[in-house]
Design a protein around this ligand. Structure first.
Ligand SMILES: CC(C)(COP(=O)(O)OP(=O)(O)OC[C@H]1O[C@@H](n2cnc3c(N)ncnc32)[C@H](O)[C@@H]1OP(=O)(O)O)[C@@H](O)C(=O)NCCC(=O)NCCS
Length: 157
């Protein structure tokens, strides 16, 4: 059974390599402080205390053109700031499991405070991956990233 846990002091991520330097570096250099300062919550899947997959979640909003109102409105939600699966464990459903976990976190939050979307800035070679989970491209970000949004209302529990 796959278990997700908040990042704990005894979790070891030194050997973690998902193939994307930015995502590896975030885990090694920033995740503990982000969690300590309540900026991101880091969720890990681990084996013998070694992190084999992780996600970083924080609250956000996205300004979105509402056709009815003909103006941009602020849509609150959560952002999957990072998602990485160690190369040795890819294609085993761990990424999918972390995305489903994020959707379930968003569904819990929205019962207490406004929360409508899950937002991600997708890397080019992961765009198709997010589309598999109903994330829709909203606009491009820079040369090779895409702002993508998942509408929580399309997935009512
Ligand atoms: C992208 C990533 C998170 C996928 O994790 P994973 O655990 O290997 O993926 P899963 O096992 O959950 O895959 C679920 C399905 O998506 C498919 N898939 C995996 N990577 C894919 C990709 N890059 N593009 C399209 N489909 C992909 C799988 O084949 C699987 O298909 P199936 O259900 O038909 O078998 C992982 O490859 C990774 O860490 N990549 C580097 C970091 C990165 O790009 N993160 C995203 C940042 S925006």
């Amino acid at each position: 059974m796959i278990e997700i846990s908040p990042l704990k002091p005894d979790h070891d991520f030194n050997g973690f390599d998902c193939g994307e330097k930015l995502i590896n570096d975030f885990l090694k250099n920033e995740s503990r402080n982000q969690q300590k300062w309540n900026i991101s919550n880091i969720y890990v899947i681990y084996k013998d205390n070694k992190v084999i997959a992780y996600s970083a979640l924080f609250s956000c909003h996205f300004r979105y053109k509402n056709e009815e109102l003909n103006r941009k409105v602020r849509i609150p939600g959560i952002c999957i700031g990072q998602l990485g699966v160690d190369k040795k464990y890819k294609k085993n459903g761990l990424g999918k499991y972390l995305i489903q976990h994020s959707i379930s976190v968003a569904n819990k939050i929205r019962k207490l405070v406004g929360c409508r979307i899950i937002y991600v800035e997708a890397l080019e070679n992961a765009k198709k991956y997010w589309e598999r989970f109903n994330f829709k491209e909203i606009e491009k970000k820079g040369k090779n990233q895409f702002k993508m949004v998942f509408d929580i209302n399309c997935n009512d529990e």
